[in-house]
Write a protein that binds this ligand. Structure first.
Ligand code: F6P
Length: 556
């Protein structure tokens, strides 16, 4: 079988990234700087904390607390250039089929392009179609928000339940939680994703079907979990509403697959479409964001898109040395491939961003968790790190111990806002003082001598000492708004792209999710069979299935 070749013409020779001159220079540079401590770097340059910063689209990035020098940045930028990052960015924005294994364009940036822009894919300008869907979403959202869209029995819709999984869930949940402050408060927004019946049951138990609208979100409309959950949703509605015709008032779909939607029994007049050039994990600003738009209103949704677009423009045009996504992406490469960090902790000091780390996990790990290059060669370097995290102060009383004193390097992204959305007494200052304190403690630590000088006995001093020199970025934003959320998400999207470009992998496919799906399909009948199915798995899986079958109905 012939291998697909990237459509972007590369000026650089096809070679492993570790063979590149810029990589080798970085490896050599790492040996020179690995012994440096952030304490020394800050002492040597009193302006470091102001210099090693960049700002765009309302986001201020302080990257000075990374284990880098000016030379590191110069070399990282050199690597980005040698890997043709500029050309790759242009290719993505132009709609070239840079998702080579699925032979698709990657155009989530078109979802937030202004109406005046032209983006041509296969000879067709796609921007008018994007705005047509946005306008339909806006009209529908206004109807639901105002109460003009009534349920089948004439009651106002008060509850929205989004059924979807992966990108059809994580983006909508994260955006709803993040922008809850701006949401219509007399409505309830909930999300069902897990095929575990508990998710559906607990989500709906206190709701009235007459007042509930389901949004069935699935790019492919073939996803087992989503289609499975859509069935009890329909049954739950009809149990009370009693008439098939009620489905039209209580179910809408978001998908690229009109046939699948129709086959499921949802009127395609109630469908909001998008396109195969939008990846699931890059889709929260497409029609997949319908629940977000109903929650915050069309104007706020447009502001969200404007924030995305502001970061897109910055990514596309700013010099790499001042380019936030490029800097963050290249620092992630530095930390992963040279400092050998395996993970990145994302630590929002903002309760509304409590689902942001979960959202980022799909964005980063489904994108860059790859083991072969674009042409299918096994990589000989580390690719995507593990992203994880929790809202900041909660993490401080849980896993920060390991970040401060453990044996692993955990680069951290701290995210904070200058203005509180819910000011209560001095709580926002308390919150932010913790953020600033943590970045300081991680970078500078406290030596054993300092500890002993404070009167700590000799034997206890090593336990109380902090080595410091733990890298972090700080993202400081004036206020959490739809615009700044859009810019923040786009920042991570493009940082992921930057990393994937350096590692020469396809950041837009996800073949790694397939095998488990196929094996589950084969296993379902084995669990459901009333006879004694012939099990042909390995001995572990066979024994587990037998035990499950034996105990699932309470039989020994
Ligand atoms: O299985 C992974 C995945 O394909 C994700 O990439 C995607 O976001 C999710 O499943 C849901 O897919 P869909 O929107 O097609 O239901």
């Amino acid at each position: 079988m012939s291998r697909p070749t990237p459509t972007t013409r590369s000026t650089a020779p096809a070679q492993g990234v570790t063979e590149r001159a810029a990589w080798k220079a970085l490896a050599e540079h790492y040996q020179a700087v690995r012994g440096l401590h952030l304490r020394q770097l800050f002492a040597d340059d009193p302006r470091r904390g102001e210099r090693l910063t960049a700002e765009a689209a309302g986001i201020y990035l302080d990257y000075s607390k990374n284990r880098i020098t000016d030379e590191t940045i110069r070399l990282l930028v050199g690597l980005a250039e040698e890997c043709d990052l500029r050309e790759r960015i242009t290719a993505m924005f132009r709609g070239e089929r840079i998702n080579v294994t699925e032979k698709r364009a990657v155009l989530h940036t078109a979802l937030r392009a202004p109406e005046t822009e032209r983006i041509v894919v296969d000879g067709i300008d796609i921007v008018p179609g994007v705005h047509a869907v946005l306008n339909r979403m806006a009209a529908f959202s206004r109807q639901v928000r105002s109460g003009a869209w009534r349920g089948y029995t004439g009651k106002r819709i008060r509850n929205i339940i989004n059924i979807g999984i992966g990108g059809s869930d994580l983006g909508p949940v994260m955006a709803y939680e993040a922008l809850r402050y701006y949401s219509q408060r007399d409505m309830t927004f909930r999300f069902v994703s897990n095929v575990d019946g508990t998710d559906f049951e607990e989500t709906t138990r206190d709701l009235d079907p007459e007042e509930t609208l389901f949004i069935i979100c699935s790019k492919t409309f073939t996803t087992l979990e989503t289609l499975t959950n859509a069935h009890p949703a329909r049954a739950w509605s009809l149990r009370k509403l009693g008439d098939e015709r009620a489905v039209r008032r209580h179910f809408v779909a978001v998908s690229t697959n009109a046939d699948g939607v129709a086959a499921f029994g949802i009127d395609t007049a109630n469908m909001f479409g998008f396109w195969d050039w939008v990846g699931g994990r890059y889709s929260m600003d497409s029609a997949i964001g319908l629940s977000t738009m109903i929650a915050i209103g069309p104007e706020n949704f447009r502001a969200l898109l404007a924030g995305f677009h502001a970061m897109d423009r910055h990514f596309r045009s700013a010099p790499f040395e001042q380019n936030l996504p490029v800097l963050m992406g290249m620092l992630a490469v530095w930390n992963s491939n040279f400092l050998d960090a395996q993970t990145v902790a994302v630590l929002p000091y903002e309760q509304y961003l409590k689902r942001f780390p979960a959202y980022l996990q799909q964005l980063t790990m489904e994108s860059n968790g790859k083991h072969v290059t674009l042409d299918g060669t096994r990589v000989a370097w580390q690719t995507g790190p593990i992203y994880w995290g929790e809202p900041g102060t909660n993490g401080q009383h849980s896993f920060y111990q390991l970040i401060h004193q453990g044996t692993k390097i955990v680069p951290c992204d701290f995210i904070g806002f200058c203005q509180a959305l819910n000011p209560i007494a001095n709580q926002h200052d308390l919150l932010m003082s913790n953020l600033f304190a943590q970045t300081e403690a991680l970078a500078f630590g406290k030596t054993e001598d300092e500890i002993k000088d404070e009167g700590t006995p000799e034997w206890l001093a090593p336990h109380r000492a902090f080595e410091g020199n733990r890298p972090s970025n700080t993202l400081l934003i004036e206020r959490l708004t739809p615009e700044t959320l859009g810019a923040l998400v786009a920042l991570y999207e493009h940082s992921v792209f930057t990393q994937g470009t350096i590692w020469n992998i396809d950041s837009f496919d996800q073949w790694g999710v397939e095998l488990g799906k196929v094996l589950a399909q084969r296993t379902i009948p084995e669990l459901e069979s009333t006879g004694e199915p012939q099990l042909e798995h390995d001995s572990s899986t066979n024994a587990l299935i037998r035990r499950y079958r034996g105990l699932k109905n309470g039989r020994p």
